[in-house]
Design a binder for this molecule. Structure first.
Ligand code: G6P
Ligand code: ZN
Length: 542
């Protein structure tokens, strides 16, 4: 029986860079999840009888939210839901399942790399039929709907068993509980040379994959250890926990420090990798060599033709604006286009659908390709393994050879987290007001060549997205970008992206912060970060 429940709007149900993300306690308020889910359904058309994919990263409140979504999907008239066993689906696996089974769309329960647990974050994201995050006109419509919602519809039914594979029903709707790994693992097997990677491991290659007690554990155990023969124990923190074991499941040098330290030590394995809460981010570290996400994108683009799935070559590369320009140099050499998009994976969707780009990447530890419509952490790891297996070179050797051929883009990101929103809004507005006067200005010996506020003109649908970050270019091929994070749940976060191109191989061995020291100090004084935020140092440097 369908129950119609009267409700009133909640403030702030506005999807950010990647869905609606709030503290768990916010989602636990009566009607909060229901309002948002009903607003999603109310914004869509033509899904009667169609399939909806549902899955999450296993964080606290995942199962409760899934029960609500299931019963509301039944009330809304979906014909079938496919749901990962235990309510688990990594974000790239959800994208894969949506595409393979031609689902109408999917609902992913995740706050990605944000901490989980009772006091952590939760999130809900809607993906469309191509498997990718809903484009802005859809998320705008959803938000609009949340502001006027008066009722929602939910099927009155007992909770559905999420832990037994196979088919049950809620009313007329079929509930198909599927293995969360199978479809995804099969797709990976079509893209990469599993035999070559098996030989690599058999020849003694060692690896550590840190699943950070988040969703990739089951995927990594199945693919790396069970299928590809990596030694047992290769995957650590491989069991998804509701609070991620109390850790911050973000694969970077700060939150995956143990892994990074191991790779810099005397007993480092050949490769270290980690993935985030929902499995779409990745970090790659070789023995003694951290690979920046921007370099990883460029190296993957330059070597993808060595793998079966990309042997015909890539059609184009896309990167988010704050990502370094290293991929641009690969694109130029390959004679393919390089697209520069706003931050957020959703902007790659049109380029991938139109066949304009094959590989994409972001500085925020995201890499992926046209195989799904999300970034994909394990895909990046398998890509590196396949490249290593073919080239028979270590990570450090591959990275150095790449720099020698293309030049090195020294790159760092400085984050000022949980700062006062009004203060950083003012900082950005002031910078925007100076765009015309900055060119020609000399700051600490560096001359500004040009400055702008990045706007994106989507070549496929013609849409324009403005105010995506202030870029300051210098005459020596350096760049500083200022941008406010779109994913935080507390206060505001100012991100400062600092980059310099160095063509000379004799100068490729500097420590990054040292190589960029002058630019870093320019980046601080130019908008007077200390004066406006009271912070003398960033809270996180990656
Ligand atoms: C999420 C999105 C990414 C994006 C990142 C940026 O992870 O999936 O596509 O790059 O957020 O986050 P920010 O906090 O910088 O807006
Ligand atoms: Zn994520």
């Amino acid at each position: 029986m369908i129950r119609v429940v009267a409700t009133t709007p909640f403030d702030g149900q506005k999807p950010g860079t990647s869905g609606l993300r709030k503290k768990v306690a916010v989602f636990q308020q009566p009607h909060y999840v229901e309002n948002f889910v009903q607003s999603i359904f109310d914004s869509l058309e033509g899904f009667e009888g169609e399939t909806l994919v549902i899955g999450g990263d296993g964080r606290f409140y995942n199962r409760e939210a899934i029960q609500i979504v299931l019963k509301m999907a039944a009330a809304a008239g979906f014909g079938r839901v496919m749901i990962g066993k235990g309510g688990i689906l990594s974000t790239p696996a959800a994208s894969c399942v949506i595409r393979k089974h031609e689902a109408f769309g999917g609902i992913i329960l995740s706050a990605s790399h944000n901490p989980g647990g009772v006091h952590g974050d939760f999130g809900i994201k809607y993906n469309v039929g191509n498997g990718g995050p809903a484009p802005e006109h859809v998320t705008d419509a959803i938000f609009e709907r949340t502001t006027s919602i008066r009722e929602y519809r939910i099927f009155d039914a007992p909770d559905i068993d999420l832990d037994t594979l196979g088919i049950t029903r809620v009313g007329d709707m079929v509930v198909d509980v599927v293995d969360p790994v199978d479809d995804y693992a099969e797709l990976m097997g079509t893209l990469f040379d599993f035999d070559a990677i098996r030989d690599l491991f058999a020849s003694g290659f060692t690896m550590r994959f840190d699943a950070m007690s988040a969703v990739t554990g089951p995927y990594a155990h199945a693919i790396l250890e069970d299928t590809l023969g990596a030694a047992h124990g290769t995957v650590v923190n491989g069991e998804p926990l509701p609070d991620f074991g109390g850790h911050h499941p973000d694969p970077n040098l700060v939150h995956a420090k143990e892994l990074a330290d191991l790779l810099m030590s005397d007993h480092a394995p050949d490769l270290g990798a980690a993935s985030d809460g929902d499995g779409d981010r990745n970090m790659i570290i070789g023995r003694g060599r951290f690979v920046t996400p921007s370099d990883s994108l460029a190296i993957i683009a330059a070597n993808a033709h060595l793998t079966p799935g990309y042997k015909a070559g890539i059609k184009g590369i896309a990167r988010s604006m704050p990502t370094s320009g290293s991929a641009d140099r690969v694109a130029a050499k390959l004679g393919v286009a390089c697209y520069e998009t706003p931050t957020g994976w959703k902007f790659f969707g049109n380029l991938l659908d139109a066949g304009l780009a094959t590989v994409c990447g972001e500085e925020s530890f995201g890499t992926g390709s046209n195989h799904v419509r999300e970034k994909d952490g394990l895909w990046a790891v398998l890509m590196w393994l396949n490249i290593i297996a073919v080239r028979r070179q270590g990570v450090d050797e591959i990275v150095r050879a790449h720099w020698a051929e293309y030049g090195r883009n020294y790159y760092t990101r400085h984050d000022y987290e949980e700062v006062d929103s009004a203060a950083v809004d003012g900082l950005m507005e002031t910078l925007r007001g100076q765009l015309e006067s900055l060119p020609g200005t000399v700051v600490k010996g560096l001359t500004i060549a040009r400055a702008d506020d990045f706007a994106y003109h989507d070549p496929v649908d013609g849409s324009v997205t403005t105010k995506q970050g202030v870029r300051v270019f210098f005459t020596d091929q350096s760049r500083i970008v200022y941008r406010l994070s779109g994913t935080g749940t507390a206060g505001a976060t100012l991100r400062v992206y600092i980059e310099r191109f160095e063509p000379d191989p004799a100068r490729h061995d500097q420590e990054t912060q040292a190589a960029l020291a002058d630019l870093i100090s320019v980046a601080r004084v130019l908008p007077d970060i200390e004066g406006r935020t009271g912070r003398t140092e960033p809270s996180v440097i990656t």
